[in-house]
Every structure is written in C-alpha cells, then in structure tokens.
Design a binder for this molecule. Structure first.
Ligand SMILES: [Zn+2]
Length: 141
C-alpha cells in the first residue's frame, strides 16, 4: 500500500482558455488577476468576461502577493489522502491588497495561530506540473 504522504492533491487537469494564463503565471510565481478595460472592475477568479458589465475586454495584472486573512478554518479531517497527510491545515479566504479575495491554503507549521486580520504573503505550492497560490503569515506590525 502506498503511504498517504505520497498522494497528490486534486489538481486542475484541463486548464481552459480562461484559466490557462492564470496557471501559466503561477508557474512563474506571479499571482495574477484581471481588470475590465470598460468599467475598471476587478475580476477574480479568471474569466472571459467582466462580472460587472460583461465586457470581454479584460487586462491581466500581477499582484504584489500580500493580503490579510478575511476568514479562516482549520481542516482536521479530510477524505482525500493527500490532504490527510497535511492535517491539521488552515484554509482561509484572503483579501489580497489589490482588491480581490482568494480561497487558499495557509502554509504554516502552526495552523492554530492563523487568525482573522493576520497579514499574509503568497507562498507557492507546486504539485507536479501545477503551481498553486497559497499564503503564509508574516510578522504583524
Ligand atoms: Zn466591466
């Protein structure tokens, strides 16, 4: 039997045209988001059109990768072996400084210390060919 630690987490298998630029930038450790040329709305997660005005004229930008914890939960059990090996694990909604919110794993040895309002910075999680954005706590001032 294969040990749980070798299990690979579920990953996006079929990048679509709307998401491929995002994952390509992740491989370069660039956290990206879109804005609308017509109305200026911030668009995240990656899409083909603006969620405010439906324009398809979107522009890509790189985030500085800093944000704060909006909400957090601790995963204590999970049905998938790739996650079981990492428990307990903090998963949070992160308000990124550029104005979008992202659900992500918080990479830390102390998941119980993660709290609302905590500053975080992007921490890249690479599994095989896929790189995903996670976050890690930074010192609070
Ligand atoms: Zn728009």
């Amino acid at each position: 039997m294969t040990p749980d630690i070798e299990a690979v987490r579920p990953l996006p298998r079929f990048p679509e045209p709307d998401t491929e630029p995002f994952y390509a930038r992740c491989r370069e450790h660039r956290l990206s988001y879109q804005t609308c040329r017509k109305c200026g709305a911030i668009v995240f997660y990656p899409r083909s059109h603006c969620t405010r005005c439906t324009s398809t004229e979107l522009m890509w930008h790189d985030s500085e990768g800093r944000g704060t914890i909006y909400s957090v939960t601790i995963m204590r059990q999970h049905g998938h072996p790739a996650f079981r090996a990492r428990l307990p694990m903090a998963v949070a909604l992160v308000d990124v400084d550029e104005g979008f919110r992202l659900l992500a794993e918080i990479v830390t040895d102390d998941p119980f210390s993660v709290h609302i309002g905590q500053p975080v910075t992007v921490a890249w999680i690479t599994e095989g060919e896929v790189t995903l954005p996670g976050f890690t706590p930074v010192a609070e001032s």
